[in-house]
Write a protein that binds this ligand. Structure first.
Ligand SMILES: [Zn+2]
Length: 117
């Protein structure tokens, strides 16, 4: 496990994932990885918020390449997931964010935004 840079902020929990931009404000959200009880495990992605219209949720999209063995080339692919958007981070549309996998928070929500980039 790597250390999270807390920079003297004792109210922020160590999530086990090093981040540069820790939230400056606190929140009461139980599903916040920094102020609540949510544990992070699994995959980490960086993407852009394409929708922030939902309450405490955001849609994050990122592009990646996938190999096509038949043509020995790569194709561009797009992934889109809904992620939990804690009040202390409050990412808006167009923000570049990092998301981490967590336990399922709802039927479609299995990721949480951990920092703005
Ligand atoms: Zn928080």
């Amino acid at each position: 496990m790597s250390e999270t840079k807390t920079k003297g902020k004792t109210d922020v929990k160590n999530t086990g994932i090093p981040v540069k931009n820790l939230p400056s404000t606190s929140c009461e959200d139980a599903n916040c990885p920094y102020h609540g009880k949510l544990k992070l495990r699994g995959r980490i992605f960086a993407g852009i918020v394409v929708s922030d219209k939902m309450d405490l949720s955001a849609t994050v999209e990122w592009h990646h390449t996938a190999a096509m063995p038949k043509y020995e080339r790569y194709m561009r692919r797009k992934s889109r997931v809904s992620a939990h958007n804690p009040k202390c981070i409050k990412a808006h549309k167009g923000d570049k964010v990092r998301i981490a996998e967590c336990r399922p928070l709802s039927k479609t929500k299995k990721f949480v935004i951990i920092e703005k980039l």
